[in-house]
Ligand binder design. Structure first.
Ligand code: 5AD
Ligand code: SF4
Length: 463
């Protein structure tokens, strides 16, 4: 199984290589691989990460050739907008005011002032590539009418297809330590959770490398996220040496280890980590500081900005549905993600975790998350939007629905089973621990059924 299609370098322009995939050309950063014209390569996140021999590449490409075009065709069909409903500028330009009358669906939420503008009209503005006002974004978020929701999701999926074609990246994640020095109220592995008998673990460097090797060589991943709580046992020195070892696997290394000093992050970048996952959690400073005692909102935002400046591919985002969060907060979260120039949007539902101060709170409903995905696609059309594992926890089919609402990236948990169940950030439903290979095959088949191809999606070069 392979989650990246090899391409052939046809041109070099400074640090950028132009890579050909069955006649389609994409740019990728060649700074770290130094590949030459004519060589076959793998790219992840818009960075060339590995070369492969021509014979091997041609073998893989033969398998992919027919499927590549078939999948594209299928995705295009599935992401078409119904012309008669909205589609394009012509309708809006010729009959702007009367359109609202065509929208026979009554608004389900007449209690909100934001519903004065019909959803259809807002979506037409989206289709004309016009910037939406905050009130319009709120109206989309507050829509509850089933037909309107379908239209919102289809419009987002249509933009996703236009911007990214059928590419969907599939990353693996390895959760290597559940120790954390922080006490976030929402998190099941918070420091004080030890009082409630959470079983802590730390994978050794050897265990992490061996799990990563397995994910790359046996399971076929080309990009892996290495995640932990803020665990100071992993000193700068240990992390740098770990990343150096992992970089020999020629993959895109994402680190998700919380706040560290700028110097540490710089050393990790130089050691081979080229991507980072660091959410700001919420744009509401007061909520942030209430729910994350002794951490500071400004410091976190500053760190995210600095990581971006250092050259990292930055995945960031927030939780949806934290207690006391308002619709305004959700829209502000999306706008802040955009403002931070996130290469990847990573947000998911808050799911109450046992033995935390928020254990009795409710989780957010799935549609709110799907709407947030669609709205992200509207405010940042070429963004990369991840379907997070927490969303899958909410509902088995949510992953597919999210991909049909504008998302274009997935993550599969490849943490060894003995550790996976201890990384209890929130209450997860593992059922009978699934065989990882089976789960991967199911995921890939799901992607194929939607016409998506697991391949590079150029985060790096898009901002
Ligand atoms: N529900 C969903 N996501 C959570 N996280 C922490 N606790 C929860 C929860 N209860 C998320 C945070 C963090 C990421 C690693 O896990 O957003 O950034
Ligand atoms: Fe630690 Fe992150 Fe959990 Fe906060 S959310 S307690 S920083 S692992």
């Amino acid at each position: 199984m392979c989650y990246a299609i090899p391409g052939k370098i046809i041109e070099i322009k400074g640090d950028i290589a132009v890579v050909d995939y069955f006649g389609e050309h994409r740019n990728a950063l060649n700074k770290f691989l130094n590949a030459k014209i004519g060589e076959y390569v793998y790219a992840q996140g818009g960075i060339l990460i590995d070369k492969l021999p021509e014979s091997e590449a041609l073998e893989i490409l033969t398998i992919w050739k027919e499927r590549f075009f078939e999948l594209k065709k299928k995705d295009k069909e599935y992401s078409q907008l119904d012309n008669s409903v909205l589609n394009n500028s012509v309708i809006l330009q010729h009959h702007p005011p009367s359109l609202s009358q065509h929208n026979s669906q009554p608004h389900s939420q007449s209690d909100s002032q934001y519903h004065s503008q019909p959803i259809l009209e807002i979506l037409q503005k989206v289709n004309l590539n016009k910037e939406l006002t905050k009130n319009e974004l709120l109206a989309l978020l507050r829509s509850k009418n089933k037909d309107e929701l379908n239209l919102i999701y289809t419009t987002a999926n249509n933009i996703r297809q236009k911007e990214h074609d059928n590419a969907c990246c599939v990353h693996g994640i390895i959760e290597f330590s559940n120790y954390c020095r922080n006490n976030c109220f929402y998190c099941g592995i918070r420091k004080e959770a030890h009082l409630n008998h959470i079983e802590r673990y730390r994978m050794s460097s050897e265990e992490i490398i061996s799990a990563a090797k397995h994910a790359v060589k046996e399971l076929g991943f080309k990009a892996l996220v290495f995640q932990s709580g803020e665990d100071e046992w992993f000193s700068e020195e240990k992390l740098v040496s770990l990343v150096k070892d992992l970089s020999r696997l020629n993959i895109l290394i994402f680190i998700s280890i919380g706040l560290r000093t700028k110097e540490t992050y710089k050393k990790l970048y130089d050691a081979g980590a080229k991507a980072v996952l660091l959410r700001f959690e919420t744009s509401n400073k007061k909520l942030f500081e209430n729910l994350r005692p002794s951490t500071r909102f400004d410091e976190r935002i500053q760190m995210i900005k600095e990581l971006k400046q250092m050259g990292y591919i930055v995945a960031t985002g927030f939780l949806i549905g934290l207690p006391d969060e308002t619709d305004d907060d959700i829209i502000n979260n999306l706008l802040l993600t955009k403002e931070l120039k996130a290469d990847m949007y990573s947000f998911g539902p808050f799911i109450p975790a046992e033995n935390t101060p928020l254990e009795n709170k409710r989780s957010v409903d799935k549609d709110t998350v799907l709407k947030a995905i669609a709205i992200s696609r509207f405010v940042d059309r070429d963004s990369n939007i991840l379907v997070t594992t927490a969303l899958e926890t909410l509902d088995k089919d949510a992953r597919t629905q999210a991909l049909l609402a504008g998302a274009n990236s997935l993550m599969i948990n490849v943490t060894p089973n003995e550790f996976k169940k201890k990384y209890a950030i929130y209450k997860r439903n593992y059922g009978a621990q699934k065989d990882i290979k089976k789960e991967i095959i199911e995921t890939i088949n799901m992607l194929y059924s939607l016409g998506r191809a697991p391949m590079d999606i150029n985060f790096y070069l898009h901002k």
